[in-house]
Design a protein around this ligand. Structure first.
Ligand SMILES: *[C@@H]1O[C@H](CO)[C@@H](O)[C@H](O)[C@H]1NC(C)=O
Ligand SMILES: *[C@@H]1O[C@H](CO)[C@@H](O)[C@H](O)[C@H]1NC(C)=O
Ligand SMILES: *[C@@H]1O[C@H](CO)[C@@H](O)[C@H](O)[C@H]1NC(C)=O
Length: 245
């Protein structure tokens, strides 16, 4: 065999090996988010679908774990105690990424991040997250304060090593699940969001009406007190007149 033939064989087999050992892993994921309920306590729901038309890549994600990394604006929070209770009762696997102070008003809060996790079953994952609006200080004119909840980032992790076959998959390391402090490697999976960012308008008290109420109250107290003093005075006057007559 000539050097040239060996060379050609080598290049051929190398490209064959790399073609087999790294696949593109285009998952074609679509997700829909919604904000359910009304008032100060609401429910974000996520419906995620992997490759609906094409089943041939299903082995790559079926039974794997999805983790949504949801960032919440300062005016909205997920309660760590509530999430802990939901984890203990196996109703929801969600865990805050950072410390959350549930007492702070919106103006003194930072955005926070929550991981919401679940398994891919028949190419689908349905998740939810209970969220609460923070108290907003009253402002002149009242009205509402707009909170905008952008779509989460989506990560995938399989118990076996199948995702290592994927070529140049960007990954991150964070909690394996809500019930352990251990970190795992997660693969970032881009998805098509079929819904816009969620908008939540929270009512804000009107500070103008507080002043009106305060002035009104002071006025009523003043009138009442004057009336009372006058009555006492007249009573005393009458009593004195009775004594002198
Ligand atoms: C949020 O919505 C999901 C899906 O409809 C439901 O399973 C869950 O119980 C709801 N959670 C709350 C707190 O309402
Ligand atoms: C897990 O990763 C986070 C950063 O993503 C880091 O702060 C934490 O210390 C890690 N925990 C362990 C047990 O390695
Ligand atoms: C959570 O992750 C840890 C570490 O990988 C694992 O040992 C444990 O079984 C997991 N727990 C659940 C409920 O998945």
């Amino acid at each position: 065999m000539s050097i040239f033939a060996i060379y050609t064989l080598l290049i051929g087999s190398l490209s064959f090996i790399s073609a087999v050992s790294s696949i593109s892993c285009k998952f074609n994921v679509k997700a829909k988010q919604a904000l359910l309920n009304e008032g100060f306590h609401r429910n974000i729901t996520y419906r995620i679908v992997f490759n609906s038309e094409n089943d041939k890549d299903r082995w790559l994600y079926e039974d794997c774990m999805v983790s949504l990394e949801q960032t919440l604006p300062p005016g909205v929070f997920a309660n760590p105690d509530e999430l802990g209770e939901l984890r203990r009762t196996h109703r929801l696997n969600a865990i805050p990424k950072n410390r959350v102070n549930v007492e702070l008003p919106a103006s003194q809060s930072q955005p926070s991040t929550v991981f919401v996790m679940g398994s891919v079953v028949q190419s689908k994952v349905s998740l939810w997250l209970p969220v609460h609006a923070r108290y907003h200080h009253a402002k002149s004119g009242g009205g509402t304060q707009r909170n905008r909840i952008d779509p989460p980032r989506l990560f995938l992790r399989c118990a076996d090593r199948r995702l290592e076959l994927c070529a140049r998959a960007p990954s991150a390391s964070f909690l394996c699940n809500g019930s352990s402090r251990e970190n795992c490697s997660w693969m970032l999976v881009p998805f098509l969001s079929l819904t816009d960012s969620l908008i939540w308008d929270v009512p804000v008290g009107n500070s103008d009406s507080y002043y009106m109420v305060a002035i009104g109250t002071a006025f009523v107290i003043f009138i009442g007190a004057t009336h009372l003093l006058k009555a006492i005075h007249e009573y005393k006057l009458r009593a004195r007149m009775k004594r002198t007559s």
